[in-house]
Ligand binder design. Structure first.
Ligand code: NAP
Length: 218
């Protein structure tokens, strides 16, 4: 990766979480490629982001083409399509960083998922040629969309490769988020489980943006 900002592909970037991340990073000057199963749907989402920001740099492609053109790929497909999407994109992701934002929690009945972590499953599917980083599972799409406000709450980054983790921490910071390295990929199961707590808090307190803060670090 060179000194300039890496090109970022958001795979499954037409839903709720993907466009929120794309909006933050495009606003920070990153080249953002929206991915979808349908190129036209990706182009429509890209155009919406461009209109919001008054830019023309966000482009839309079919997922594999977006991944091929990027250095860092962020997976934001619906959680039920996690393994299917990774299997279909395995070849094109080789040599890249794959950021997995998957939190396998049912909004209607939020409970912590069983191990292994989604990101560990991703690493097993993709193999050693891809550096998987788990991140953003606790960042609500609703908070990302409010560009005029900082994202409250901290991003916990789990990865077996520290250099890849640092690249994603920089992305988080550039998107207006605090980020902390929180250990290896297997720890991401705890971060996914926190999403169940946050959804439960949102439901009980009638909010959309409950989040967690790390305390006690210098
Ligand atoms: N929503 C949040 O606030 C939030 C917060 C933190 C983390 N997350 C995580 O982020 C991920 C995305 O969440 P979301 O709420 O944005 O999901 P979503 O809106 O339900 O879906 C995202 C995208 O997934 C793609 N998709 C659907 N079925 C697919 C399939 N069979 N194969 C490949 N792609 C498929 C669709 O894109 P195309 O139809 O364009 O292909 C869709 O736009 C999830 O893993 C979730 O746990 C979400």
């Amino acid at each position: 990766m060179n000194q300039t900002k890496p090109v970022i592909a958001i795979l499954g970037g037409t839903g709720k979480e993907g466009p929120g991340l794309a909006l933050r990073w495009a606003n920070a000057g990153y080249t953002i490629l929206i991915g979808s199963r349908q190129a036209e749907k990706a182009q429509n989402t890209a155009q919406e982001i461009n209109q919001t920001l008054g830019i023309q740099t966000v482009k839309g492609y079919e997922n594999a083409e977006a991944a091929r053109r990027a250095e860092i790929c962020v997976l934001t497909v619906v959680q039920t399509a996690h393994q299917e999407a990774l299997t279909s994109l395995k070849e094109v992701l080789q040599g890249k960083i794959l950021v997995d934002a998957t939190a396998r929690v049912d909004f209607r009945n939020p409970k912590p998922p069983e191990p292994p972590a989604a990101a560990r499953i991703a690493q097993e599917i993709l193999g050693e040629g891809v550096r998987v980083v788990a991140a953003f599972q606790n960042v609500p799409a609703a908070a990302l969309r409010k560009l005029d406000q900082p994202v409250h709450g901290d991003v916990l980054i789990c990865a077996d490769d520290l250099e890849a983790a640092e690249a994603v921490m920089q992305l988080a910071r550039d998107g207006g988020m605090n980020a902390y390295y929180a250990g290896g990929l297997d720890n991401a199961i705890v971060v996914e489980g926190l999403t169940a707590l946050l959804i439960s808090l949102n439901k009980h307190y009638k909010s959309k943006t409950a989040s967690i803060h790390v305390a006690g670090l210098d």
